[in-house]
Design a protein around this ligand. Structure first.
Ligand code: COA
Length: 258
């Protein structure tokens, strides 16, 4: 399935487990995570959720081949496509979300962190938002949340140029909670999750709701707007050229598009 799921001592851990493809996320993986998050929200046995990758890589973001073969749609039956279900679940989770990020965290690998409560990154973490480089646009309400965090001009450098930034920079801009040596990351995150699991769950839920409640409607509205543009851009020739270039291991040529 490529997502490892465990529930132990009140902690649900979701782990990307597709190292040969740098933990790139397929529709099936989004669905597994969305389902696990939905179930966790309703399960009193789950008090905290940890999302982690491998020491080598958090995730290379959306699986570009899967995206080309099965582009996400607004609705499949009653439900939006798995990626949008995942984004909805992560942005509306009522329980604490803790991320452990080591190595590259590309695209959604970085935008999902905007919805986590505690974000621990290793010294090797490398975050990037190359949506424009792929002929796409931001998702996960990052076009709202990142400018809010950084101011427009610094957010524009991340969202327009898509240049990768370090763990230290993530800490400095307020996207990461703390930087740790890679060998200590998972154990530290586990300890923090255990502390959260021992606290009164209702108090944590209310605290999170109070902290995030004010921006909830704006986040949902921005995600819907981004989703619409993203789906359209995924079908456009710019994205097709960018995706093709990635698999042909060459630089994309956007000069033919105005
Ligand atoms: N979708 C599908 N396959 C991917 C992928 C992705 N997002 N990212 C990596 N892979 C695959 C590669 O095609 C390669 O497959 P192969 O061994 O069959 O050729 C394998 O994973 C290893 O990737 P590679 O690029 O050789 O690893 P690297 O260590 O040199 O670089 C990354 C790692 C993450 C920096 C690089 O793979 C990358 O930039 N990936 C694309 C990220 C991206 O644009 N994501 C979409 C964001 S919306």
């Amino acid at each position: 399935m490529s997502i490892l799921t465990t529930i132990e001592q009140g902690i649900l851990t979701l782990e990307f487990d597709r190292l040969d493809k740098k933990n790139a996320i397929t529709a099936a993986m989004y669905q597994a995570m969305a389902d696990a998050l939905r179930a966790a929200d309703a399960d009193p046995a789950v008090r905290v959720i940890v999302i982690r990758g491998k020491p080598e890589v958090f995730t290379a973001g959306n699986d570009l081949e899967d995206f080309m073969q099965r582009p996400p749609t607004a609705g499949e039956g009653d439900q939006p496509a798995p990626v949008f279900q995942f984004l909805q679940q992560i942005s509306q989770a009522s329980k604490p979300l803790v991320a452990a990020v080591s190595g590259p965290a590309v695209g959604v690998g970085t935008t999902m962190l905007l919805h986590c409560d505690l974000v621990y990154v290793s010294e090797t973490a490398k975050l990037s938002l190359p949506f424009v480089q792929l002929g796409l646009c931001p998702e996960a309400a990052s076009s709202l949340l990142l400018p809010r965090l950084l101011g427009h001009q610094r957010a524009a450098e991340k969202l327009m140029l898509g240049e990768a930034f370090s763990a230290q920079e993530a800490l400095q801009i307020g996207l990461a909670t703390r930087v740790l040596p890679v060998a200590e990351l998972n154990e530290f995150v586990h300890q923090q999750a255990r502390k959260l699991a021992a606290l009164p769950a209702s108090s944590l839920r209310e605290t999170k709701r109070l902290m995030k409640g004010g921006e909830k409607a704006a986040v949902q509205a921005k995600m819907a707007e981004e989703g619409e543009v993203f789906r359209r851009m995924l079908q456009a020739p710019e994205a097709k050229e960018a995706f093709k270039a990635f698999f042909e291991k060459r630089r994309p040529d956007f000069s033919q598009f105005s």
